[in-house]
Design a protein around this ligand. Structure first.
Ligand SMILES: Cc1ncc(COP(=O)(O)O)c(C=O)c1O
Length: 394
């Protein structure tokens, strides 16, 4: 277990460098800042993570949000982006060049997969995909030739398979990156386990209110600055408004994530006992194939539960359209419980490709919100009945 119990205290007060004596974080919406002399502009040009120059290069509010995440993760520096995907893309293109070799886990958010599988080859970046649950395979792939980056996602979207973070950190040579979106710093702290760079789609549990499209990285200053240099060209900088919502969200993140995790465990146990459910994936259930690893590197099982319905795609679709309290919507980590049917979302993939990603036809992704656990359980029960009826009808 890696979470520092004092994260609650850090979360309440972090990210206030530009807020003066205001207790509420201050929003700096300006795109540009007045300086005293032309030499000031010369000094600021190319200064990493500059904040009062022109806001594509950075802004006080985006800087404060990034600082807050760096503090929570125990990092030297942080950088905020206009989305989680901007963070992923800027990290890869900022740290790699033509001819570089990158090792990536197969169990990834589908758009990250598109970046590595479809776009990296266009830039001459050679990507090897490996099974994220096989720590030795990750190390072996990185040892086949000089490797610039090892990029893993844990817990993985949507199957909740895990990557052994300490084993990845032990790989010498490449820059190691963990996409820790599904965990937040409340659940796991990859840098404390020796990882070089942690990355989040802060759109999810970090900002936590479905009102900010936001990404962030945190790690060693030199690595973060290299990503910043590329991102200021790519233009994927966080908007001050979204970063401001991010700082606001962080203040309650530990309480939210722990409460949502407790409800998630309750619902996972309920689902496991339900006849319409074939299997449940939740890291803190003893039935999770990597349960021991989960309890070693995670403080809670997280806010996500995935499960497979016996009735396949028809049952999955019926379930998603029958929940009354949880909502059928993308995203995760917010106050409202959300469901989605990944097999439909990645319907452009072949059945073989879907199955290689662990996406069964009856798979449901459930982001557990802040509603009362008993209300959510009742809602699940009635939607499962309808899913079972759909199975019978098909
Ligand atoms: C694990 C993971 N990484 C990155 C992203 C991309 O984040 P965004 O939607 O903020 O671009 C997502 C989005 O769902 C995600 O689940």
């Amino acid at each position: 277990m890696t979470a520092d119990p004092r994260i609650d205290t850090t979360a309440v007060g972090s990210g206030r460098r530009s807020s003066g004596d205001s207790l509420a974080p201050v929003l700096w919406p300006s795109t540009t800042y007045e300086v005293d002399s032309v030499d000031d502009h010369r000094r600021m040009t190319g200064q990493p993570r500059t904040e009062r120059y022109y806001s594509r290069f950075g802004s006080p509010t985006a800087g404060d949000f990034a600082d807050a995440v760096a503090e929570l993760e125990g990092a030297e520096a942080g950088l905020a982006f206009s989305s989680g995907m901007a963070a992923v893309t800027a990290t890869v293109l900022g740290l790699c060049q033509q001819g570089d070799h990158v090792v990536v886990t197969r169990q990834l958010f589908s758009v990250s997969t598109a970046l590595f599988a479809l776009h990296c080859p266009r830039f001459g970046i050679d990507v090897t995909f490996v099974d994220g649950t096989d720590a030795e395979a990750i190390a072996a792939a990185a040892a086949t030739r000089p490797t610039q980056l090892v990029f893993v996602e844990t817990p993985a979207n949507p199957t909740l398979s895990l990557v052994d973070i300490e084993a990845v950190a032990a790989i010498k040579g490449p820059i190691t990156v963990v996409d820790s979106t599904f965990a937040t710093p409340v659940v796991q702290r990859p840098l404390e386990l020796g990882i070089d760079l942690v990355l989040h789609s802060a759109t999810k549990g970090l900002a936590g209110h479905n009102d900010a499209l936001l990404g962030v990285i945190a790690g060693e200053r030199d690595v973060v600055d290299a990503v910043w240099a590329w991102n200021s060209v790519m233009g994927g900088t966080a908007s001050p408004f979204d970063a401001w919502n991010g700082i606001r969200g962080i203040r309650t993140m530990p309480v939210r994530v722990r409460q949502q995790s407790a409800t998630a465990l309750h619902l996972a146990q309920f689902l496991e006992s339900h006849p319409a459910v074939e299997s449940v994936s939740y890291p803190f259930l003893p039935s999770h194939p990597q349960h021991e690893l989960a309890t070693r590197q995670m403080a809670t099982g997280g806010v996500m539960v995935t499960f497979v319905l016996r009735g396949g795609a028809a049952a999955g679709r019926a379930f998603c359209e029958s929940v009354a309290l949880a909502r059928l919507a993308l995203s995760l980590g917010g106050p409202e419980s959300l469901v989605s049917h990944p097999a439909t979302i990645v319907g452009h993939l072949t059945p073989e490709e879907r199955s290689a990603l662990g996406i069964a036809d009856g798979l449901i992704r459930y982001s557990v919100g802040l509603e009362h656990a008993d209300d959510l359980e009742a809602d699940l029960a009635q939607a499962l009945d309808k899913a079972a009826a759909a199975e019978g009808a098909s």
